[in-house]
Design a protein around this ligand. Structure first.
Ligand SMILES: [Zn+2]
Length: 419
């Protein structure tokens, strides 16, 4: 009975980043979960992982536009992009063409995207202020728009019932923090990214953040912080590669139009400095694709930048150049985002999902947007240095091999009902 000797489905051998350094290790995996970490572990099936092996990433803020706007993206193209970018888990925002505000919309979204995802995924619902009894139990968290954005009207003043409900809500509540009345007071004709920055100034963002923080939620998250802001709060802050690395001088055209806007160079550099000092918990893409028609001219262009595929590669380039520490990268891109949703992912640890990315740090090269996997791949990061993972492993199985997606492994829906 040879099987008795082996308790794992597969052993992954490789040079893993573990306890602060790279080490040659064997990692046993059973049913997708890490069961042992050691040296020379045995199994019937042994897979050698190339290059440097890191935990795979979770992106807690993407807009895959499915259903409703699948000309911009769908769950297949979105999760393909995620895997190519070292991300095995995504949380998708609810501002679909039909916003996900109740269980019917949730169910129809889930059935529309079923069988399409290569990455694991959770789904947010949109909180309107009056739909607390209509939210699907499987929802991962709530999204609140303090100012209007694509397919989402701004939330009005919240009444006591809504505020009480949110205060007792156990899952993440993510705020798009731009104050609606402040935005309309500054509204103007816009021709470039500087105009967009003036039309949606920092004061509108700050005002909305302070209001969101004043709700004193258990798990409040401020999405895509665009300026250096140090405020005493238990809320977590997301930052995106575009606010960290781009500004309204480095990008000028409509493909850099995003909410909140790219700020001026000085603001961007200070935001980056705070991030590198470890002030923010979550690195997300806010992947927000649009069609060419939506981006025809600046004034009428929809706001949003793609990023689910380039988020990790851009950061790995900063890690290689020792601008960003490996430990801070792993926290903000891998372990913190998973922990926010109580997922055992994003760490090399027994009991955690065997999700990894293999990184050849000598493979740094400029991003070629024509090689990305979104439906519309125009990005202001075209030409920026990046390091794409060569291989990606999900639950112990290789899903990207030598820079090619293996299409026979599907992601799973992460239902919040599992608890
Ligand atoms: Zn967003």
């Amino acid at each position: 009975m040879i099987g008795l000797e082996y308790d794992s489905d597969v052993v992954l051998n490789g040079r893993f980043y573990y306890q602060g350094k790279f080490q040659d290790l064997s990692v046993s995996v059973s049913q997708g979960i890490i069961t042992r970490i050691g040296k020379f572990l045995k199994a019937e099936r042994i897979v050698h992982l190339p290059h440097a092996v890191l935990p795979a990433s979770t992106d807690t803020h993407v807009h895959f536009r499915d259903p409703g706007e699948t000309d911009k993206e769908d769950f297949r193209s979105g999760t393909t992009s995620a895997i190519y970018g070292g991300t095995t888990t995504v949380f998708d925002m609810p501002n679909n063409r039909v916003p996900v505000t109740d269980y019917e919309a949730f169910e129809s979204k889930l059935s529309a995207i079923s069988g399409k995802a290569y990455a694991d995924f959770g789904l947010y619902s949109l909180f309107t202020g009056s739909n607390k009894d209509l939210l699907d139990k499987r929802t991962s968290g709530l999204k609140i728009f303090m100012g209007g954005s694509t397919n989402a009207a701004a939330i009005g003043d919240l009444d006591m019932v809504a505020t009480d409900f949110l205060r007792n809500y156990e899952n993440p509540v993510v705020f798009h923090a731009e104050d609606a009345s402040c935005l309309s007071a500054h509204s103007m004709e816009e021709h470039d990214c500087r105009d967009h920055n003036m039309a949606r100034p920092i004061e509108c963002e700050q005002k909305a953040i302070e209001k969101a923080v004043s709700f004193r939620l258990k798990k409040g998250v401020i999405a895509h912080l665009s300026f250096p802001y140090d405020i005493q709060t238990n809320y977590l802050f997301e930052v995106t590669p575009h606010h960290l690395l781009l500004n309204d001088e480095s990008v000028n055209d409509q493909w850099g139009k995003v909410n909140p806007p790219l700020r001026d160079r000085g603001t961007q550099e200070k935001l980056l400095a705070l991030f590198l000092a470890g002030k923010f918990s979550l690195l997300t893409s806010d992947h927000a694709p649009h069609s060419y028609e939506n981006k025809e001219d600046f004034e009428h262009a929809a706001s949003g930048i793609i990023g689910v595929e380039t988020r990790i590669p851009l950061m790995l380039s900063l890690v290689k150049r020792k601008i960003l520490s490996m430990d801070l990268f792993l926290k903000t891109a891998c372990s913190n985002p998973a922990a926010l949703f109580g997922l055992r992912k994003g760490m090399l640890q027994v009991g955690y999902s065997a999700d990894f990315m293999c990184v050849d740090f000598s493979s740094e090269k400029p991003i070629d947007q024509d090689r990305l996997h979104s439906k519309v791949t125009v990005t202001p990061f075209n030409g920026y240095s990046a390091i794409f993972p060569s291989d990606v492993v999900m639950r112990g199985e290789t899903v990207l091999e030598k820079y090619e997606l293996i299409e026979d492994h599907l992601g799973r829906f992460i239902s919040n009902d599992r608890k």
